[in-house]
Design a protein around this ligand. Structure first.
Ligand code: HEM
Length: 492
């Protein structure tokens, strides 16, 4: 074991080249560095501390075990102004309390109740399409998940207020995820940049200055306008909810607005707003990017998509009813998503900034360094997934008896892990499986990806890896809403 704290190998190219390579082709760069430097290496970007990326399961296990006091969440390099008390940036007790506040919203019994709504929204979208319509899959699915978000956060399903929320949320998320935001944050440091944005937002909110929501000379102006406008809607709703104090309401905003601290006080309005912003953005680009890759696999492997449809239809016929929750939990549907998240994960890694020198595997890593499990490279390890690790094979997730197979937390981690694991994982998996099981049941698509094998070039959007030029798809068939429920169907 090393006694003196030191960094694992650093690539020979300079900091700018490292940052650029990650931005324009992150997976190729990971493959290249793995070959050159092994499982564990240190990337050094301009203006920030060193980052140790590892695909060594032993090191990942140690990272997953890190305690709250060992890491500094405020250093997470996301340039989104969610408020510094948001759980993503909070530390120690504040982080623990913020998770306790939010996690009940994703409890199993609550998610079960949301399954019918998720299927209904997906089917409303499908019913609005015609054969020949063309979409960009990540944006299309982002639109569906945004409707689901309006329903879960605000219990809004249609009408002017829902449209206004949806429009503002989408626009703010796009601004927050924009390349210019990430670039500015990388120049001045993400924490400083977030605090600057938050100051602007608080000042403008106090003055009641909504702005026109248009681009201006200052690159952050539109994002601040949109946040002030959106927060104004939220403040109105929080006050209405508190005035009604209706315990039967189960949507997230109502739950947060009615929550009291141990002394019986309602949470600060800005705290409620801050957590809502986190939940709004946490699930958007992540779900869009994840399903973009899944859609490409389904287009490249029509036999897999058909098998998914056959499984869903056979199950509906066997049950005599269509329960979206149960169909979304079917082994093959689950396996298709797992396999896509394994081989083409949207999050390249997850980050822990160490406060002090810390033993991670055989390395004593210096304090002030970030350690990141490399999700992409770990998910492709042959010593975990076998000689066919680079192939898309949903069957690897199914046991000999037809049950679901799982891998260990340090082997499969598309949602991170440990004390800061994704809080929305249950909701995300459920909604993606419902969307795809409904697509498989009712819709056929074609695309330039049909008949291809390799994956397209990628780019980073809001920290997520997405196909560089999107995933254009054209609808070639739409089956009836009750397809599969009829006594017998001849699978198309
Ligand atoms: C496919 C969809 C999603 C993916 C791939 C994803 C991935 C991740 C990852 C990798 C992390 C970092 C975990 C870590 O550091 O260990 C994370 C954190 C987080 N995610 Fe997700 N996520 C998804 C959907 C969602 C949804 C739907 C929500 C909320 C509705 C959400 C809310 C959050 C929050 C609040 C955190 C921060 C947790 C903390 O710092 O304690 N995510 N997510």
């Amino acid at each position: 074991m090393n006694q003196k704290a030191q960094l694992p190998p650093i690539p020979k190219e300079n900091k700018f080249k490292q940052a650029l390579s990650l931005g324009i082709g992150i997976w190729d760069y990971f493959d290249e560095k793995q070959k050159e430097l092994g499982d564990t290496y240190t990337l050094t970007f301009p203006g920030q501390g060193p980052m140790v990326w590892t695909s060594d399961p032993k090191m990942i296990q140690d990272i997953l075990k890190l305690q709250r006091h060992q890491i500094d969440g405020s250093l997470v390099q996301l340039p989104f102004d969610l408020g510094e008390s948001n759980l993503v940036f909070a530390n120690n007790k504040e982080h623990e309390n913020a998770r306790k506040l939010v996690i009940p919203q994703f409890a199993g019994n609550i998610l079960k109740k949301r399954a019918d709504m998720m299927a209904k929204i997906t089917n409303e979208h499908i019913d609005s399409w015609s054969v020949g319509d063309t979409f960009d899959a990540p944006r299309l699915i982002g639109d569906i998940t945004m409707d689901i978000t309006c329903a879960t956060l605000f219990d809004l399903h249609s009408g002017e207020r829902k449209d206004r929320y949806k429009e503002l949320m989408l626009a703010w998320i796009m601004e927050a995820n924009s390349d210019i935001n990430f670039t500015l944050a990388s120049f001045v440091g993400a924490t400083r940049f977030r605090r600057f944005l938050n100051k602007q937002y608080m000042r403008r909110s106090r003055q009641g200055k909504m702005g026109n929501g248009k681009k201006g000379l200052l690159p952050w102006k539109r994002g601040v306008d949109l946040k002030v406008q959106l927060a104004t809607l939220l403040r109105e709703d929080i006050r209405d909810i508190r005035a009604r104090d209706d315990e039967t309401e189960s949507h997230t905003l109502s739950f947060l607005a009615r929550t009291r601290d141990p002394d019986g006080n309602l949470l600060d309005e800005e705290k409620v707003i801050s957590e809502v912003y986190g939940l709004m953005i946490g699930g958007h680009e992540t779900s869009a990017a994840t399903t973009a890759w899944l859609m490409i696999w389904m287009l490249q492997k029509p036999e897999v998509y058909k098998k998914m449809r056959d499984e869903v239809v056979a199950f509906i016929q066997q049950e005599g009813e269509h329960d979206p929750l149960k169909t979304s939990e079917l082994p093959y549907v689950t396996a298709c998503l797992n396999e896509s998240q394994r081989i083409t994960p949207s999050a390249p890694g997850f980050i822990r900034w160490l406060r002090e020198d810390t033993q991670i595997g055989d390395w004593l890593i210096p304090g002030g360094t970030a350690v990141l499990p490399n999700i992409y490279s770990t998910h492709r390890r042959k010593d975990i997934y076998g000689e066919d690790a680079l192939e898309y094979k949903p069957e690897r997730w199914i046991t000999k008896t037809g049950g679901q197979k799982s891998f260990k937390p340090n082997q499969f981690m598309p949602f991170g892990g440990g004390r800061r694991a994704c809080v929305g994982m249950g909701q995300a998996k459920q909604q993606m499986r419902i969307i795809f099981s409904e697509f498989a049941r009712r819709v056929d698509f074609t695309s330039e990806f049909v008949g291809t094998t390799g994956m397209p070039k990628s780019r980073l959007v809001g920290g997520q890896v997405e196909p560089k030029d999107g995933v254009p798809v054209t609808v070639t068939a739409i089956r009836e809403e009750d397809y599969g429920r009829q006594a017998s169907v001849s699978a198309a």
